[in-house]
Design a protein around this ligand. Structure first.
Ligand code: XBP
Ligand code: MG
Length: 265
């Protein structure tokens, strides 16, 4: 029989747990370019365009293909991308280690609530695994990695978001139907991925994603909020609270199950 009880919360990382893109990944990409003697510079606006493509290695290739008409890639361009990306990961985790990127409002609180309630937790992201562990360790808690039974990340599936693969892989590994889960995303690419896997999803927007198309989301909010720091609801309804609590999530999950056209996962 289909499991409609909420058993697990699945979290995207970049933009959802923390605002990592503008002041984290972008800075690290630029540092890597500089380290390799390249005069490429991704400013805030250009990076917004490049975010259309998920995955750092894929983003570098996309940049070269679409924004550098006069650049003739060397024969060993694949190796260069690998090197640049490795260097970028080093710079990025260094930034995290020095506490440059705080978690978004309500993230630590909701994780605490979920853990206290015995819900299962997992990460589903396109970013590199070591970026996830560094963020959890330095921005949340030394042992936060252990709070998640699964960290699904990076190249573990060949097709990154917006493909549903990373979420489908997560469901399979956790042996759960989509109906037993609820996801948190910040971007249209992420939402397409989670919805593509059949998982109801709450979107918390950020400056890069605010104007994207979030059709199909359970609700779209400014952030998860905190007591006394209410969220702005951009689409849908937030049952009960002024900020997103576990009770809110349960209500959104239940409402999503009621409107499902069939009981498919
Ligand atoms: C995140 C990404 C990642 C990061 C960079 O998307 O697209 O590529 O920007 O990380 P999402 P890597 O939040 O939808 O998972 O360089 O490690 O790929
Ligand atoms: Mg994201």
């Amino acid at each position: 029989m289909e499991n409609h009880t909420l058993s697990a919360l699945l979290f995207d990382v970049d933009g959802t747990l923390a605002d990592t893109e503008r002041d984290g990944h972008r800075i690290a990409f630029n540092a890597a370019f500089q380290e390799h003697g390249l005069d490429w510079n991704w400013d805030v606006a250009l990076y917004g365009k490049l975010l259309e493509v998920t995955g750092g290695k894929e983003r570098i290739r996309h940049f070269v293909d679409h924004f550098l008409p006069d650049y003739a890639p060397p024969k060993d361009f694949s190796d260069l991308v690998t090197l640049l990306h490795r260097s970028k990961t080093r710079h990025y985790t260094h930034l995290l280690e020095h506490g440059r990127i705080p978690l978004r409002p309500g993230v630590a609180r909701l994780l605490d609530e979920a853990r206290a309630a015995g819900l299962r937790l997992a990460i589903a992201t396109t970013t590199t695994p070591e970026n996830v562990t560094a963020l959890l360790r330095y921005s949340l808690s030394d042992n936060a990695e252990n709070w998640f039974e699964l960290i699904a990340a990076g190249d573990i599936v060949p097709a990154k978001k917006p493909a549903p693969d990373i979420y489908l892989w997560t469901l399979q590994r956790m042996n759960l139907p989509a109906t037993a889960c609820f996801a948190f995303e910040d971007s249209a690419n992420g939402l397409r991925s989670s919805l593509g896997a059949g998982i109801s999803t709450l979107v918390t927007v950020n400056d890069y994603t605010r104007d994207q198309d979030f059709s199909g989301a359970s609700a779209v909010v400014s952030d998860l909020g905190e007591p006394g720091r209410p969220v702005a609801v951009l689409d849908g309804r937030l049952p009960g609270q002024e900020h997103v609590t576990l009770e809110t999530v349960r209500a959104l999950h239940e409402a999503a199950q009621r409107v499902r056209p069939s009981n498919k996962t």
